[in-house]
Ligand binder design. Sequence first.
Ligand code: HEC
Length: 147
Amino acid sequence: MRRIIRQSCLKNGRHFIFLSMVAVVSLFLFAFTSFQHSVEWLVPLSAANTKNPVASNTESLAAGKQIYTDNCVICHGIYGKGDGTKSSQLNTKPRDFTSDKFQKQADGSIFWKLSQGRDPMLSFEKYLTEEQRWQVINYLRTFGSKK
Ligand code: HEC
């Protein structure tokens, strides 16, 4: 009987250590994610300096609008205000594309962020071609004038 008790204590002890470790790791992950979102999203200088090779014209804007409607509206909203239907479920809110802060960024910076992604936004490098990413950036520029 005593042996059984001792064995079960040992087991519980191991469980306790294991659970503590899980708790500590979760805490670190949580702290890291919160930290990640509280800091500015920095872009490497070389990426920021990349010029947009796609001219902003009726054709590329139409293509950009279609890409935006299919892939971005759900979070970023029809007018780019960050109020898409899914936005209320996100811990990190999408930034307002109509704001000066957003519009002041270089196309290269936006391209880099869009390509890399940051949780909860996925990395669009795998889903959109380079041309499509530049086209949608041309379309994001049209939000700047809609205040
Ligand atoms: C699942 C929701 C979701 C989808 C879909 C999504 N985004 Fe985002 N996006 C976000 C969130 C949330 C952020 C803010 C991330 C952060 O700051 O950590 C963001 C950030 C961005 C940024 C960076 C803004 C800045 O100045 O820091 C750009 C650019 C962007 N999104 C463009 C797009 C485009 C273009 C698409 C479609 C091709 C798209 N996103 C699709 C949620 C989404």
